[in-house]
Write a protein that binds this ligand. Structure first.
Ligand code: ZN
Length: 299
C-alpha cells in the first residue's frame, strides 16, 4: 500500500477551472441540451433560465431540483458575494483505488469544482456567516478526506471568528474509494462541531436531497437547528436494506423530509424560496442574545 503522506494536496491548477459553472450534464433524451429541463415529478418542460429564476424549483408543482454548490452560495448570501475557503484543496488517491483518479478528473471537469463541497464566508441580510454547501454532482457528494477537511476547517473558522455556521448537506455518504480515511471524516467533523458548540457557536444544518450515509450520520444531524428542503430524501441506509433487515414494508414517504418532521427528527421543512428569510430570522434571534458574534438586528 502506498504511504499516506499525501491524503490531499493543494493544486494551483484547480484555480484555473472555469467559473461560473457550466450547467450540469443533461439526462439523455432532453433536447436541446442545456436549455430545457424536464421536471421529474410533473413532467413539465422548463427553460433553464426560468428554472434558475425560480431558484431551481418547478413553478408548476414545487419540485425542488438539486442545486449546485456555487448556485447555493449565490442565492443564499447577500448579493451572491463571498470569500471562498480552501478552493485549491484537491483529493489524491491515498489507497491507490482503481479508477479513482480518473473519476476525480471527470467530476472536476463535469462540475468545474475541485471537490464535492464549497466553503466560505459572506453575509445573510447583514449577518456574517460561515457557509458550506455540498454538491451532489461531484461523485454523489460523497465525503472523502478533502470534503471532511474543508468542512472541519470551515467549522474552525466559524469558531475562531465567532460566526454562525450554516451547512447545506447533499451527499450519498462516505467515499468508498478512500475507505477508512473517508469514514474517519465522520469522527473528525463531529468532533469539530462539538468544540464549536462548547465555544457557544450556532450551527444551522440544512438537509437537502439526498442526505444519506456517513454525512447524515455525522455533522449533518448535529445542528442546533435542523432544516430540510421539501421532498428531500434523508436517511442512513437505503429503504431496501432496511426492509430486508426488518422484513417489513415501509411507508411510501419513509425517509422524506416531511416524514422526519412528523416524527420529530427535524425542526422544519423550509421551501427554498423562504430559506434566506428563515435563516436570517434565526440569525437575528441569536445575534440579539449575543451568541456567535452576529450583527445586531436592524429591527
Ligand atoms: Zn414539476
Amino acid at each position: 500500500m502506498k504511504q499516506w503522506r499525501e491524503i490531499f494536496r493543494k493544486n494551483r491548477a484547480s484555480r484555473r477551472l472555469p467559473r461560473p459553472l457550466p450547467p450540469p450534464p443533461e439526462r439523455p433524451g432532453d433536447v436541446p441540451e442545456g436549455l430545457i429541463e424536464k421536471c421529474p415529478r410533473c413532467g413539465a418542460l422548463l427553460y433553464r433560465r426560468e428554472l434558475e429564476q425560480h431558484l431551481f424549483v418547478c413553478p408548476k408543482c414545487g419540485h425542488h431540483f438539486p442545486m449546485s454548490a456555487p448556485d447555493r452560495f449565490r442565492v443564499t448570501l447577500d448579493g451572491g458575494r463571498f470569500f471562498e475557503y480552501d478552493a485549491d484543496l484537491v483529493s489524491t488517491d491515498p489507497l491507490g483505488f482503481p479508477g479513482y483518479p480518473e473519476k476525480l478528473e471527470q467530476a472536476m471537469e463535469a462540475t468545474g469544482l475541485p471537490e464535492a463541497v464549497m466553503t466560505g464566508e459572506g453575509t445573510i441580510k447583514g449577518h456574517p456567516v460561515v457557509l458550506a454547501a455540498m454538491d451532489g454532482r461531484f461523485i454523489m457528494g460523497s465525503m472523502g478526506s478533502v470534503v471532511g477537511e474543508k468542512i472541519t476547517r470551515a467549522i474552525e473558522n466559524a469558531r475562531i471568528k465567532r460566526y454562525p455556521l450554516i451547512i447545506f448537506a447533499a451527499s450519498g455518504g462516505a467515499r468508498m474509494q478512500e475507505g477508512m480515511l473517508s469514514l474517519m471524516q465522520m469522527a473528525k467533523t463531529s468532533a469539530a462541531i462539538e468544540r464549536f458548540h462548547r465555544a457557544g457557536g450556532l450551527f444551522i444544518s440544512v438537509l437537502t436531497h439526498p442526505t444519506t450515509g456517513g454525512v447524515s450520520a455525522s455533522f449533518a444531524m448535529l445542528g442546533d437547528y435542523l432544516f430540510a428542503e421539501p421532498g428531500a430524501l434523508i436517511g442512513f441506509a437505503g429503504r431496501r436494506i432496511i426492509e430486508q433487515t426488518i422484513r417489513e414494508a415501509l411507508p411510501p414517504d419513509f425517509q422524506t423530509a416531511e416524514f422526519l418532521l412528523r416524527h420529530g427528527q427535524i425542526d422544519a421543512v423550509v421551501p427554498r424560496k423562504e430559506m434566506r428569510d428563515v435563516l436570517a430570522r434565526v440569525l437575528a434571534v441569536h445575534a440579539r442574545r449575543g451568541r456567535s458574534g452576529g450583527k445586531a438586528p436592524s429591527v
